[in-house]
Design a protein around this ligand. Structure first.
Ligand code: FE
Length: 202
């Protein structure tokens, strides 16, 4: 049983277990295969890869220009080939970007790993479009009225990742230090990358 199923709805857990058993009986699935796939997205790629892309973009203006223009060469530089089209949305002092899939749960697995449960929930999917400012406030992110919120609807062919603003207090930081500060939520657009504790101005 894959570990990410352990916190799911008991009905879904039972269905998944039944499906796994059936597929193994038919010889279509090796024991441990689901766990291996989950581990790959959680550990080997996952938010870590998105964080590394952002950290490099913060440090390298030419990489950032390429990333927001056509991300494919940047993804290839990180060993990612042949994935769905990924568009990088740059946050600015005037614009905050928010990613949703209103139809289902399309999500850039290759750079963010497994989607969080709330991303797939009907309230998130509808409110991100109807009242993004109120939704973000409830999720702990107050976006000033003067700042525009742009909502991007993902599809099976086109996925999005947010390039958040670099926080103050990180001047002189290395790519590794910056990447360690970046978690999944800012890359979906539901949080900001935090200013490090005790940091001075950037
Ligand atoms: Fe979808």
């Amino acid at each position: 049983m894959a570990k990410f199923h352990s916190t799911a709805d008991p009905y879904i857990v039972s269905r998944v277990r039944a499906l796994e058993s059936l597929l193994m009986e038919k010889g279509l699935l090796e024991p441990g295969m689901v766990d291996a796939v989950v581990a790959r997205f959680e550990n080997d790629t996952g938010p870590m890869l998105g964080a590394r892309l952002v950290a490099r973009a913060w440090l390298d203006p030419e990489f950032k220009r390429q990333l927001v223009t056509d991300a494919t060469p940047c993804l290839e530089a990180f060993g990612l080939n042949g994935y769905d089209l990924l568009v990088i949305l740059e946050n600015t002092p005037d614009v905050h970007n928010l990613v949703v899939c209103t139809l289902c749960s399309c999500y850039p697995w290759q750079v963010l790993g497994l989607p969080p449960t709330w991303y797939k929930s009907p309230p998130y999917r509808s409110r991100a479009v109807l009242e993004p400012r109120a939704l973000l406030a409830e999720m702990g992110l107050i976006v000033p009225e003067a700042k525009e919120i742009r909502v991007w609807d993902s599809s099976a062919e086109l996925r999005y990742m947010v390039l958040p603003e670099r926080p103050a207090g990180t001047a002189g930081w290395s790519e590794e230090q910056l990447a360690a500060l970046i978690t999944r939520d800012p890359l979906i657009g539901v949080a900001l990358v935090p200013t490090p504790a005790g940091a001075g101005p950037a």
